[in-house]
Design a protein around this ligand. Sequence first.
Ligand code: ADP
Ligand code: ZN
Ligand code: ZN
Length: 742
Amino acid sequence: DLLPEQIRSIDSIVSAGFFPASYWSLLDQVARYYQTSLMQVVRVALPPGLLARSQRRIRLIKPDASEASLNSAAQQILKLLKSSKTKDYSWQFVQRQVKGANRGLQDLLKLNWVESYLEPPATIRPQLRQAVILVSTQGELSDGSATQSSVRQREILEVLKRNGGEMWLTDLLQHCRTTSPTVKRLQEQGCVLLQGREVLRSEHAPDVEQDAAKVLTHHQAEVLKKIHTVTAFEKILLHGVTGSGKTEVYLQAIAPMLQRGQSALVLVPEIGLTPQLTDRFRARFGDRVCVYHSALSDGERFDTWRQMLTGSPQVVIGTRSAVFAPLPNLGLIVLDEEHDSSFKQDQPAPCYHARSVAQWRAELENCPLILGSATPSLETWLDSQSSTYLSLPKRILDRPLPKIDIVDMRKELHDRNPSIFSRSLQAQLKKLKENNQKGLLFIHRRGHSTFVSCRSCGYVMECPNCDVSLSYHHVHETAQPILRCHYCNYTQLQPQRCPSCSSSYFKNFGSGTQRVVQEIAKLFPELKTIRFDSDTTRAKGAHRALLSQFAHGDADLLVGTQMLTKGIDLPQVTLVGIISADGLLNLADFRASERAFQTLVQVAGRAGRGTEPGRVILQTYAPEHPVIQAVQRQQYEPFVATELEQRAALNYPPYGRLVLLRLSGLNEQTVRSTAELLADQLLHSEDEVLGPAPATIAKINQRYRWQILLKLTSDRIPNVMELRSQCPSTVSLTIDVDPMNL
Ligand code: ADP
Ligand code: ZN
Ligand code: ZN
């Protein structure tokens, strides 16, 4: 339960206007369900920087209060505040001056004699801009004197009048070639008023052309009709194959909502997905659309937050944490690509899933929640048997789904083709240019592809801090390649020889994006490629720039990782090459098959969305794998039926529930013994305790990681918060309810 201190801080957040008071019950529900403190939830909900850098201050609100009946700390605080000109001090200052200040403050707060509030840091305070407002032209115009300054002043008033009686000061000064003292004099004479107006800092987005609602296909119209009938909370699964026009349905579901004065929240998996999607929304709804994600600056996030609080009807498009967008008057929540695991936060606590939080929110606001996907998660699929199920079984305009060819890479090697591109992929690449079409090449990021190993002794270069292999990066043709750890960013030059056996047959044999780009340059010099991965999209606006360069420029191929699978809608793309599906098939997780199926179907779904049909070449060393077979058939239901049977047999989600306890610390022995201690205690519960065991990655950034997995026998989630008190201060414990990454 809450500490008084927590309640007070949250009170201050409310009174500082950072979020509406009604929003508490949502935050409280998140804290209870995910077993973290309310403050931790507040921290993920609020724009970053706001809480950490806000200053807590206290202010006297009953100036005639008498100190007589108070305890000594409260007396001193009161005296201190009275001595201040503004009756206001920073809490830090008060704490330094008064012994036992905390208790004193509690008493004063109870009496309602002082208030405690948060002041945001200067960097994210509202940005003000001076506006000049015309009040009266009378005095000046009747004066009629012809001194230089009064001519100038008359001119200023004329210009203001022509501009509707109001201008930004900077614009006015520039227009009239004058200085601000002149304008100030006009203010003294009562002719104009200077006023600071808040301007919103927002992500600069290029203009888009207005776009009218499309004439819906029969299937889309049926789905929309059903959605329009829902006015209270209801969970709706919109299951539509790739390119079936789900986004158009969202747009037309939202339009009447804005007209009624309500707002809508659209959640998407990753920032990489947002430029194309936000453009489509802005083309329809103009500046009533705002985006909210972690790539915005603190100032932009703060301003967007305030814009949302105004309650004017708007559409917020955002990633995971936007589920906490403080929109009063919410009419609809859409969670697009609902199966995507980036909706789940692994670290730090609260380890929340935006899909669950969205559901609680929709329940509280009593509005519908649409979960959209071509490949719904098994959780949502099973759940849809008791909620509303809508489907778009066909691509729009009856365009066919792409044809998927499976290529056995073992055969390729056997037939003396050592290239990372199979013969049939090469044949398709050759045709690309002459047909004036474009292609995508997909590489699974953490496939066993980018590591550096010795072909003589098998030695693999690993990170000294983390239990993972280092990835190969080619910075420049002439420079020596570097090796980097994707977890802690440890970097070193690649050794020329094997550190273990000195063999010179020691290099990168993988196929990361860079390697693929290089191979294309060698084999198909006429093809222009663009790399699209976490390295090339790091800069602000890079996603948008690269995608636009690909769509409108002369590039033929986009070579990328997971980012390619999400929401890219480019009609010129006819070819999708999956370089190797095997890394995906071999993840050590009970959801591996589900994820592999989803990723492969999604990436294949990028092909043939325009008038030309699509073609997918899927390369693998395991063509007989059931997931590969299911992907080739592109049939969701049979795949899910088999997968659900297996989950049920082992009591895994979506049947049995899981809770994961993650422990980490610098001392391996302490972490391990703490894990053993906690596991022992849990044995007394009726739930199944798995572990303790080292985490899949047993060490990250010098910290050793152990975990305990609880397989629950009922829907009742045990309270494991209490175990926290048994952890030494050097071991941190994170509770992950419904974990996604084991
Ligand atoms: P999904 O989100 O299901 O993958 P999209 O909404 O991106 O599908 O639609 C795929 C393409 O079809 C987009 O380019 C979109 O503009 C177009 N589209 C959608 N609905 C219609 C329609 N009713 N008529 C014509 N084109 C449409
Ligand atoms: Zn070696
Ligand atoms: Zn590392």
